[in-house]
Structure formats: structure tokens, C-alpha cells
Design a protein around this ligand. Structure first.
Ligand code: HGY
Ligand code: MN
Ligand code: MN
Length: 417
């Protein structure tokens, strides 16, 4: 990479990351939930930024935004890079946004340096990946690969009771004249992302080359008991769903520790009703997130967990609704792609290691339809999904350099996979 151009690309990437942080609902960190006003403003900013750089911009019906450079070989499958624009609540400035900013900077560098590619080159800002607002995740990439259909929108209701269809319309999406999201013309996908873990920093490595992404099961557990007076109801006469939830959560932790690494299990959200200090709750709803690199082990754990939850509920006389709303299989990245990434890192004098991703990513959806790969850069102290999420400018630029090199080989030299 010539210094002048590399500096311009790095500055462009940092500038986009800086700007995207402004599109937040306020409060600590960045909160940019699907179809919220700040989400729509961020997608609008990216559309304008991409157009100003000479990319052909297109927004599909669910709100995925693409920037494209046409290839010289007609109808060749596209080389796609990018990531998701949504965040968790009070999240960080880099999860998702980094892959988009690096993708835009990489396309800008490549078109200015080498002119038009042989294969079309695209960067995408997927509308949603986190599952932070509606009880589903990967809505953006899932619609692209056919795992979801936009016609499902009316039945997805967020935690505040707003339907996805209403939220979509408010954000200017879901219109019949907008391009359908499903695509069959993507040849390969490469996603740059922060590691969201501490391995690279601990091992003092520049780049993580992902070999596989863990499978995930996410549940919503609803326990129905009997609301009653906290002062006049003897302990032996209660059907307390909060005490039931506590016993289930303790059992979950014990089962996960017994299963051992790399299985992880988390309860991240809980709601009590009526959520009042002097009332025994009538109902409790909580979420469970379980992950493992081995699909069969993940399934076995899920079965044992469901049995444990139902046994505890029955013994306590609680009603129980257990719904599984995310069930993604472990996703292997393409060996030829991740070997090429290892080679590129060594050619660029960057230290790297192969690794499994404990976080879910859009690449695990794209991997269902085309060879996919991921480039990780270190996260400070491994912190993510937090206002303290941070990666150094140098780390971000190392990832950009590797992304530019692999996209050049894919789109200009037509090497791989
Ligand atoms: O939760 C995850 O693994 C990702 O950050 N969506
Ligand atoms: Mn992410
Ligand atoms: Mn995330």
C-alpha cells in the first residue's frame, strides 16, 4: 500500500467510525437499535458517504445498505465485505461499525489505486445482527441468505410492544418498490470485526484469522406463579416464579461449569411482574444464551437444560413457557480463505493466529450461501458490548490492510477460493 493512499484510507475509516458514534439513542456508550431514528440516520449517513466516494448505493426492503463498484466481467458473482450497523444497548463504537468503516475505506483505496475490479466489489451495512430489539437476530444477513423473509415482520414484536412492521415503516423501509433483500449473486464474503475477547491482546498478536463461529441457542423463559402480598403470605404457601428463576439460573451455571469450556451460558435479561418490592411476582421472564463450537454438544446441553427447567417448574407449581428464538449451527469459515489470510498477514509482517469466534457474526449466515472468512483485530482487555469497548487505531489499520489485500486477490486477481 502506497503511504499517501494508505493514510487517506486509514483517515477515511477512522472518520466514519467517529461519525457513526454520534448516531446513538443517548446514555452511556452507543445504542443504535434496529429501525430506531438513530439507526435510520446512521444508514442515511453511510449512503451519502458511499455515494460521495463514487460507489453505487442501494438500500433493500429490510434496510441493508450496499455500496458497489461494478466489475469488468459482466455478471460475475460479487465479492462482499461489511458488517452490521445495529448495536446492543449501551454498546461500544466498534462492534459491527468497524467492519463497515473498514469495508468502505478498502473499496475506496482499491478503486483509486487499481481502477475497476474484475469481479464486482461491494460493502454492506447489514440492518441488524444483535437481537437487541426484536426477539430474533441476523435480520439483515438472514434476509439476504433466505433464512428470514420480510413478510414475517408483522409477527415480530419488540420488548416495548412495537411491531417490526410499524418500526420498519417509520424508518422508511418495508416498501414494495424497494429491492427484495434475498441475493443469489454473492460469490464470497469477508468480514472485519473486533475480536470481542482477550486472546489477541494477551498473546500480543495483531490479527485473528477465524476458522469457525460457535453455534448459539437463545431462549426466552416465562414462569407463571401467583402474585401475592409479601408480608402476609407464608413461605410454604407461595408459587414464586422469581425463586424458581433463581434455582434455574443456579442450575444453568452448574451445568455449564460441568460441561466445561468452550461452552458458555448467560442470563442477560430478566423482567419481573409487577416488579414491586412488597409483591411476590406473578410472572418472571428471562433470557438464556448458550454457545458451543460443537453442534452436537450444544444440542445435548439444550435438551438437558429444557428438562431441568421443566422439572423445577413442576416441583414449584409454576407455569412455564420455554421458547427457542435463536438456534444457529456452528459455522466453518472457508479453509482456502483463512489460509490466504494467514499468508497475507505473514507477507505484511503482521503476527496472527487461527481461532474460533465465541461471538456470533453475519459471516455465519453468509457462510450458508458462499465461502466466508473473518479478520479479527484485538479488543482492549477483551471488553465488548460495553461503552469501554476499544481497539487502538494501529490495530484497526492492521485489519484494514489485511482486508484490502484479500479483497484485491478476490476481486482483481480472481484468486480464491
Ligand atoms: O452476541 C453476539 O455474539 C454478537 O455480538 N451478536
Ligand atoms: Mn458484531
Ligand atoms: Mn455484538
Amino acid at each position: 500500500m502506497t503511504t499517501m493512499r494508505a493514510e487517506r484510507s486509514a483517515a477515511l475509516m477512522h472518520g466514519i467510525l467517529e461519525e457513526l458514534q454520534r448516531y446513538s439513542a443517548g446514555g452511556p456508550g452507543v445504542t443504535r437499535l434496529l429501525y430506531a431514528d438513530e439507526w435510520a440516520a446512521a444508514q442515511q449517513y453511510l449512503s451519502e458517504r458511499m455515494a460521495a466516494l463514487g460507489l453505487a448505493v442501494r438500500c433493500d426492503r429490510v434496510g441493508n445498505v450496499y455500496g458497489r463498484i461494478e466489475g469488468t466481467r459482466e455478471a460475475a458473482p460479487a465479492v462482499l465485505t461489511g458488517s452490521h450497523i445495529d448495536t446492543v444497548r449501551s454498546g461500544g463504537a466498534y462492534d459491527g461499525a468497524y467492519g463497515i468503516a473498514a469495508g468502505v475505506a478498502a473499496l475506496d483505496y482499491l478503486q483509486r489505486t487499481y481502477g475497476p475490479p474484475v469481479r464486482p466489489l461491494e460493502v454492506v451495512s447489514f440492518c441488524e445482527e444483535e437481537g437487541s430489539r426484536f426477539p430474533l437476530s441476523y435480520w439483515g444477513s438472514g434476509n439476504v441468505v433466505g433464512a428470514y423473509d420480510v413478510s414475517e415482520a408483522p409477527r415480530h414484536i419488540d420488548f416495548a410492544g412495537v411491531s417490526m412492521e410499524d418500526a420498519m415503516r417509520r424508518a422508511g423501509c418495508g416498501l414494495d418498490d424497494q429491492a427484495p433483500p434475498a441475493r443469489g449473486d454473492i460469490g464470497v464474503f469477508v468480514e472485519a470485526h473486533i475480536e470481542q475477547g482477550v486472546t489477541l491482546e494477551r498473546m500480543n498478536l495483531d490479527i485473528g484469522v477465524v476458522t469457525a463461529i460457535v453455534g448459539q441457542k437463545r431462549y426466552i423463559v416465562k414462569l407463571i406463579g401467583e402474585a401475592n402480598h409479601a408480608g402476609t403470605t407464608p413461605m410454604g404457601m407461595r408459587r414464586d416464579p422469581c425463586a424458581g428463576a433463581a434455582e434455574m439460573i443456579a442450575a444453568l451455571e452448574r451445568m455449564a461449569l460441568e460441561a466445561g469450556d468452550p461452552l458458555v451460558a448467560t442470563v442477560g435479561r430478566m423482567e419481573l411482574s409487577p416488579n414491586t418490592p412488597n409483591v411476590i411476582p406473578g410472572a418472571v421472564t428471562f433470557t438464556i444464551d448458550v454457545r458451543h463450537a460443537d453442534g452436537e454438544a450444544l444440542d445435548r446441553f439444550g435438551e438437558a437444560l429444557a428438562e431441568t427447567i421443566h422439572t423445577i417448574a413442576e416441583r414449584r407449581g409454576l407455569g412455564v413457557e420455554l421458547s427457542l428464538w435463536v438456534d444457529t449451527r456452528p459455522a466453518p469459515m472457508h479453509p482456502k480463505l483463512y489460509s490466504a489470510l494467514e499468508r497475507i498477514c505473514s507477507e505484511q509482517g503482521l503476527s496472527s493466529r487461527l481461532m474460533v469466534s465465541g461471538a456470533g457474526h453475519d459471516a455465519q449466515m453468509l457462510q450458508q450461501v458462499c465461502p466466508s472468512a473473518m479478520i479479527f483485530v484485538p479488543s482492549r482487555l477483551g471488553v465488548s458490548h460495553s461503552p469501554d469497548e476499544y481497539s487502538t487505531p494501529e490495530a484497526l489499520e492492521n485489519g484494514l490492510q489485511v482486508l484490502i489485500a484479500i479483497l484485491y486477490e478476490l476481486a482483481y486477481e480472481e484468486r480464491l477460493p
